[in-house]
Design a protein around this ligand. Structure first.
Ligand SMILES: [Zn+2]
Length: 453
């Protein structure tokens, strides 16, 4: 039996201090303290913020943060020196659209119905490691079941398993039978989802659903403004929430200072979401000139997820997708690239996002080449995964740049990705929060001091 006092809340103000002194017995990853200094000698630096390239710079990392960046910096005698003089060094990449707790299913939900509680978090741990080693030090998870993404996020933060920093949405919000629901089964087979699982059908319901996700740990709110490809019984581009409901949802999330991501394909749904004040439109496969103008006017981000489009079209052609999803994938196949090209050319703000989970996790960097194919310069494609993603998450003061005071999330590749963008698919070096996870292309869990010994 547990002692009666055990579950009593700790007095406010004491929690932080107590947590800091808890023994780290459960930690697998030793998080660095201020005494650990690493000096990275970078041959070339893309700082992720200015759009400039610098040569032969030293990056001094103390503990989890970057202390100094520049040429001719004094390197303390006890620093671990990492020679990346034949590399291009960049901030760790940020993917704004992932489903880390699941693997590709092709639109078939049967498998997930056979998974016991907690299974998704284990799948997520496997995927988180792959994602981090691919150079993604931050992801946004936009939809998971059972708060498994929240548990995974916290376990990574505590150093139990390797993975990117996660901004979690918990459950994606949407209407009954909409793209964010689980459809196609006979009535009574599944518990009917409620606001806790993100289902609502009016403004009050959506306010409840937002607050519930935030109460249980959501960092961002995701909702399905239109139908989608991988859901049963929805038409891809058709609007699913009234604008009034979207306004209520966005207002509630913004009260709590949480950004809002809207899954949206068709113009009517995108426009209503943009007018409602959402922070980002995810996918956007049918964007026209009027929608481009509206997004520019409102400063709304577009998260293109071109890898997901490529994956579903491929899946439709090779039989991986369920018939209902395959038909929809082939319907949008001729349109999505033109839509994204129009958005880029029209000056819509682009934040990097892939929809990893629709295709295997760890392949996220394939999006860079697709963005370049759709009209972005290689530098702007990189900035979409650094400065722009950080700004979308309101973290532009400590994420997405190699600059003093920023968290030490740093990656590197051999050669020049501005010459050959595909190099970003072969990341050679990964540091997150000052911990080195990959060196010389090999996994190196345990921190720089272990590397030095
Ligand atoms: Zn998605």
């Amino acid at each position: 039996m547990s002692s009666p006092g055990r579950l009593r809340p700790l007095p406010l103000g004491v929690c932080g201090a107590l947590l800091a002194t808890l023994p780290a017995a459960a930690q697998e990853i030793v998080l660095p303290d201020e005494s650990q200094v690493v000096a990275i000698e970078a041959g070339r630096l893309i700082d992720g913020r200015s759009g400039d390239v610098q040569e032969d710079v030293t990056i001094l990392v103390r503990g989890a943060r970057i202390e100094a960046v520049g040429a001719g910096i004094d390197v303390p005698g006890d620093a671990t020196v990492l020679d990346l003089s034949d590399h291009t060094v960049m901030p760790g990449f940020m993917d704004m659209h992932t489903h880390i707790t699941s693997d590709p299913s092709g639109g078939d939900s049967d498998g997930s119905l056979r998974q016991w509680p907690g299974y998704g978090a284990v799948v997520g741990a496997k995927n988180a490691r792959k994602t981090l080693l691919a150079g993604f030090t931050t992801i946004r998870n936009v939809g998971a079941y059972g708060f498994e993404d929240i548990g995974l996020r916290d376990a990574i933060n505590e150093g139990l398993v390797p993975g990117p920093r996660i901004f979690s949405a918990a459950h994606g919000l949407g209407i009954t039978g909409g793209h964010c629901d689980t459809n196609g089964y006979r009535p009574g087979l599944l518990d009917e989802p409620g606001v806790g699982e993100g289902k609502a059908n009016d403004a009050a319901g959506f306010r409840d659903a937002v607050n519930y996700q935030i109460k249980y740990g959501a960092d961002v709110i995701k909702f399905c403004a239109t139908g989608g490809v991988l859901s049963a019984g929805t038409a891809v581009g058709v609007q699913q929430l009234t604008e009034e409901d979207m306004r209520a949802l966005v207002e509630t999330a913004h009260f709590a200072q949480r950004p809002v991501a809207a899954h949206a394909h068709g113009n009517a749904g995108i426009k209503a979401a943009v007018r409602s004040g959402v922070d980002s439109i995810e996918h956007g496969s049918e964007i026209d000139d009027e929608t481009v103008a509206l997004m520019v006017e409102h400063g709304t981000y577009h998260v293109p997820t071109m890898m997901a489009f490529e994956a579903v079209v491929e899946g439709a052609r090779n039989g991986f997708l369920t018939p209902h999803s395959a038909a929809k994938a082939l319907e949008i196949a001729p349109r999505f690239e033109a839509s994204i090209r129009r958005s880029i050319a029209g000056g819509v703000k682009i934040a990097f996002g892939t929809d990893a989970g629709v295709f295997p996790h760890g392949e996220n960097a394939g999006e860079f080449a697709l963005l370049v194919r759709a009209g972005m310069t290689p530098m702007n494609a990189i900035l979409s995964a650094t400065r722009e993603a950080a700004t979308l998450m309101r973290r532009e003061s400590d994420l997405g740049a190699v600059a003093p005071g920023f968290l030490a999330d740093i990656v590197a590749v051999r050669g020049d990705p501005l010459e050959r963008i595909e190099l970003l698919e072969s990341i050679d070096f990964v540091m997150k929060d000052g911990v080195v996870y990959k060196l010389d292309g090999r996994e190196a869990i345990g921190g720089a001091e272990r590397l030095a010994s």
